[in-house]
Design a protein around this ligand. Sequence first.
Ligand SMILES: NC(=O)c1ccc[n+]([C@@H]2O[C@H](COP(=O)([O-])OP(=O)(O)OC[C@H]3O[C@@H](n4cnc5c(N)ncnc54)[C@H](OP(=O)(O)O)[C@@H]3O)[C@@H](O)[C@H]2O)c1
Length: 349
Amino acid sequence: MEKVKVGILGATGMVGQRFVQLLVDHPWFEITEVAASERSAGRSYGEVMQDRWKVEREIPPEVARLEVKECVPELQCRLVFSALDAKVAGTIEEEFAKAGYVVSSNARNHRMDPDVPLLVPEVNPDHTEIIPQQKKRWPKGGYIVTNPNCSTIGLVMALAPLHRRFGLKRVMVTTLQALSGAGYPGVASLDILDNVIPFISGEEAKVETEPLKILGRLEGGRFVPAEIAISASCTRVNVRDGHLESVSVELQRQATEEELIQTWQEYNPLADLGLPSAPEHPLVYRPEPDRPQPLKDRDEGRGMTCTIGRLRPCQVLHYKFFLLSHNTIRGAAGAAILNAEYLLKKGYL
Ligand SMILES: NC(=O)c1ccc[n+]([C@@H]2O[C@H](COP(=O)([O-])OP(=O)(O)OC[C@H]3O[C@@H](n4cnc5c(N)ncnc54)[C@H](OP(=O)(O)O)[C@@H]3O)[C@@H](O)[C@H]2O)c1
């Protein structure tokens, strides 16, 4: 199979680097373009990233050689991954869709649009059926698909099988979010060393609303949100990568702890599709009393698995547990790549 040529918008940021790292040896996609702001454009990626490359291993030489372009829709590729700052992502992504590009975006701007899938292929693959409707807005065949916020994704992966089998009524979640989620340089070291910050602008609203669209139904050409009450409290902690979340749930039907664990362990809807970024196990339950932990569990399934642990009864709702997901892989670049693989497999590219 000839590889699909792809570009990365916002390639110089924290998430952009993850895209480069995850796409460089990808069996289906080939990076042909990297783009960012006019501050970075015109120089080689290697030169721009000399002091900014923060992920493991070196900058791949074949990408280091590429010239950083501006984010205008004149790139030599069919598909673009967007890791753009939300201040500019909305308009730039629309310009690309209008010009006929397929846009797989991490940014929040279009997630809740009524004709844009907020896609997690394990959870709501049928939401891609809205794409033909969206394409009417962009007559050259482009369209936008988004992945959820980095805290939403782990939550929704753990909740989806419970909701399908037992029904969910109410959810309480407190997040302990890693520093890389704030971009680079992000939070100043003197603000976060020896500290926890109990506020992340706009985050709680996203965690309370995005799961309702994802767990909702696509009916008659519109998204009907799931009827679940979610209350979120979001904090920033002194961890490099990996968002930990403390979750309590109230179910519609009674279930035992064993049934919940079995439901998570059996959940693998993409098992037969052969998507390169799909982990062997999307959900892993750890029985140890002190797991999951960011340092030990964030790289499970090459950063694409959500690890759950400490399931126990809750005195207020029914059950409580912890979950962990890698915020710049499953919560950002890896999620957008998995979405694109799903679109390619299903003939949308
Ligand atoms: N970090 C996470 O864990 C995470 C998770 C999920 C979603 N997201 C979302 O993903 C996006 C990127 O996040 P990040 O943490 O990687 O941010 P970041 O490190 O601040 O990177 C932002 C990127 O946007 C580019 N940019 C800024 N202004 C621009 C402009 N006017 N025109 C074109 N490009 C411009 C920057 O290019 P220059 O280098 O040239 O300035 C850079 O490549 C955001 O929308 C964020 O909300 C992040």
